[in-house]
Design a binder for this molecule. Structure first.
Ligand SMILES: NC(=O)c1ccc[n+]([C@@H]2O[C@H](COP(=O)([O-])OP(=O)(O)OC[C@H]3O[C@@H](n4cnc5c(N)ncnc54)[C@H](OP(=O)(O)O)[C@@H]3O)[C@@H](O)[C@H]2O)c1
Length: 335
């Protein structure tokens, strides 16, 4: 199929376009909370633009953004970068999300149209960013149907949905809700219980966000070298005690990585895309990271390696509950 790259793996899904097993997350584009600055994100020679162009060369087809990322800036940056790189509309899968403050049908159609305008293209996958606790999916999916009928949206997806609510959304839409985007990595394995088995049975996909646990699984951080940006300073995984407790898991990642002449990040991604219905959508702060992440697509873990990684992950208990809140508060005020 056009646009396929022999070094990339693609999912077998009932979609018009092929979805790459490694995609690109673009929350980082233009979002203050990642702290990468204007030079990273903006302009014809920005790192973000180079990351998108290189991703296309390496066979990435899935690009994930959201109206909430930088209040629309991520969508604009991604759309412009895809244009500059001459992305093939026949193969590129542009995924964005509605932030469901009031996701009633007319609002969904307005917001979907605004996202498509910022992206300067049809939306290949329009996702509901998270379930709204009050507004049901009936009216949201009515808006999605209108967008599909108008040709603004191709596939509909959800994000952070339970299995029951995902299936309910599909009933409300009256056709496939092709994917559920959820946190899924060695340190966030809940989807293994029901979402991944359902996707395998039903021919649906999981988009795995934070597949590197925001960089924790690269092994580059420890209690003395912690990330400082806003996103990660609010994440209990990066508290010194959590990082100390992660050491055995990182050591297991390193041991498996050595056997594959790979890096811990690549092994963490290989674990995430082990099931053939999963697309991992790591973000990247550099082209080098993107290249490394794409190279994980062809790493096949043995069942012993997969089990060893899962067992090491099960033994990892990051700081949680009140301890996590107190640790984050102390870190914020520098005591
Ligand atoms: N649906 C949702 O609710 C939701 C929530 C969160 C994210 N998402 C989506 O998922 C995407 C990815 O999630 P995420 O950004 O939270 O986490 P992630 O992909 O696990 O982590 C991304 C960060 O890890 C570091 N990194 C990436 N590749 C690396 C490599 N090869 N080696 C070492 N470090 C590397 C980079 O940060 P540094 O270089 O600064 O260390 C990068 O910004 C987002 O961009 C977004 O599209 C969706």
């Amino acid at each position: 199929m056009a646009g396929r790259n022999e070094d990339m793996r693609y999912l077998d899904l009932p979609t018009a376009k092929s979805w790459s097993a490694i995609g690109l997350g673009t929350w980082q584009f233009g979002s203050r909370e990642w702290g990468y600055g204007g030079e990273y994100a903006e302009g014809p020679d920005s790192e973000a633009g180079r990351i998108v162009a290189r991703a296309l060369e390496l066979g990435v087809t899935v690009f994930d953004t959201a109206e909430a990322y930088g209040f629309g800036r991520s969508e604009r940056i991604l759309g412009a970068a895809l244009d500059r790189a001459d992305a093939d509309p026949a193969t590129t899968v542009v995924a964005t999300k509605i932030f469901p403050v009031l996701p009633v049908d007319q609002v969904v159609t307005q917001r979907g149209t605004a996202s498509a305008a910022r992206l300067r293209r049809r939306i290949d996958l329009y996702q509901v960013h998270q379930p709204n606790p009050i507004v049901g999916d009936g009216t949201t999916m009515a808006g999605m149907r209108t967008l599909q009928a108008a040709g603004v949206v191709d596939e509909v997806g959800v994000s952070n949905y339970s299995l029951d609510r995902w299936i309910g959304a599909e009933t409300a839409l009256g056709s496939q809700v092709i994917s559920n985007q959820v946190q899924y990595s060695l340190v966030a394995r809940d989807p293994d219980a029901d979402l991944v088995p359902y996707a395998r049975r039903a021919g649906r996909a999981i988009l795995a966000y934070s597949p590197l646990a925001q960089g924790l699984l690269s092994g580059k951080f420890d209690a003395e070298h912690r990330p400082s940006n806003r996103v990660r300073s609010l994440n209990p995984l990066f508290l010194p005690e959590s990082l100390r407790r992660a050491t055995p898991l990182i050591e297991t990642l390193r041991a498996v990585a050595d056997a594959h002449d790979a890096t811990p990040s690549q092994i963490a991604l290989a674990w995430t895309i082990h099931h053939p219905v999963v697309v991992a959508i790591p973000g990247a702060s550099s082209v080098a990271q993107l290249e490394s992440n794409c190279a994980a697509a062809d790493i096949v873990l043995t069942s012993d390696e997969y089990s060893a990684l899962t067992s090491a992950a099960e033994r990892f208990r990051p700081v949680s509950g009140f301890g996590a809140l107190a640790g984050i508060a102390r870190a914020q005020i520098g005591v």
